[in-house]
Design a protein around this ligand. Sequence first.
Ligand code: DSN
Length: 419
Amino acid sequence: MSKDETLLSTASLDKVDPEIAATIENEHKRQQENLIMIASENLVSRAVLEAQGSVLTNKYAEGYPGARYYGGCCFVDQAEELAYKRAVELFRADHVNVQPHSGTSANMAVYLALLKPGDRILGMDLSHGGHLTHGSKVNISGRYYEAHSYGVDRETNYINLRHVREKAIEIKPKLIIAGASSYPRLIDYAGFRSVADEVGAIFMVDMAHTAGLIAAGMHPNPVETADIVTATTHKTFRGPRGGMIFCKSQYASAIDKAVFPGLQGGPLMHIVAAKAVAFKEAMTPEFIQYQETVLANARALAEALIEHKFDLITGGTDTHLILVDLRRKGISGRLAEELLEGVHLTVNKNVIPFDPKGANDPSGIRLGTPTLSSRGMKPAQMTEIASLINKTIEYRNDQEKLAEVRNSASRLCLEFPAY
Ligand code: DSN
């Protein structure tokens, strides 16, 4: 790829810091030349990139629109007000805070707003598909709070609401968290809500992975069901990297105070503006079509993998992601990730529920379709990619076969450019 084909001009960077310029260019090439199936990644639009790379990065704006601790905030106020208005409309929310720097910051702000150290929380077990910030012992959420977890059913690998209810009755948490990072099925938010009501807990949903599907109406909207909903803006939602928090009116003031001044200082106003752009993009018919494709592609990839005798956790997917149990294929998640990377197929190793192995070399891999769908790929390409994954794993010691896969992946990348 010639320098002219780079995404945004790096003329100044090339002069000032050629090493970083080269690093960015190499990463751009990597994104162009690999079929990326990391479920939590995506490709933002040029419009989002331009807002992110703008002079708004120069502005300090501690506080909120109309109540800042700095002069000169009139234009960044407009950016944040647009982001606020669009997010509230899109998700039919009472209130949103668009300043969290990430999904983790968003979750920490919720805990700071609602909990005292030592309070009990109940979230999904990380090893069953939950998230680090939902009470893992190695995370602040599991160190400052008394964290308990629910998992999936051993037989079905689905969340069993009866078990969640039993656990909630037993421990009486102050906060119940629904949401996951490697659970391929719909989550019954209404069911969780009734468990939370029964035990008098506040109900929080972390929709980081599925926010795009929810915005497009493909999945039920937890903002209508839960007290608080956190999300990232960069996964299926396809915006800049960052977080946001939706809540019912009664929590608005506590959430805003927890984000600033509780947890963060100045918001990243270039990112807030880029979030506003992503909210606008999410209101278009093209975005709905895109999310339909994300789901259709995930189903097609799942079906084709099953044809190739891969075991999928829960036997399929309702979402953008697939969790593959590789034990029947006699290969570990780590080796599969390495092998696939060598033929331009990017995935991540992942624990499966009740994994006999550890997180560094688990029994599974996680695949997602947001990035492939952003390149314009459709179910026909998913069928081909499943076959490439199968060939890589079946013929892992055959260099000729691996070269064939590499060529096919490169052809697909050229046919469906990332940008
Ligand atoms: N847990 C990460 C993921 O899903 O990839 C994001 O925090």
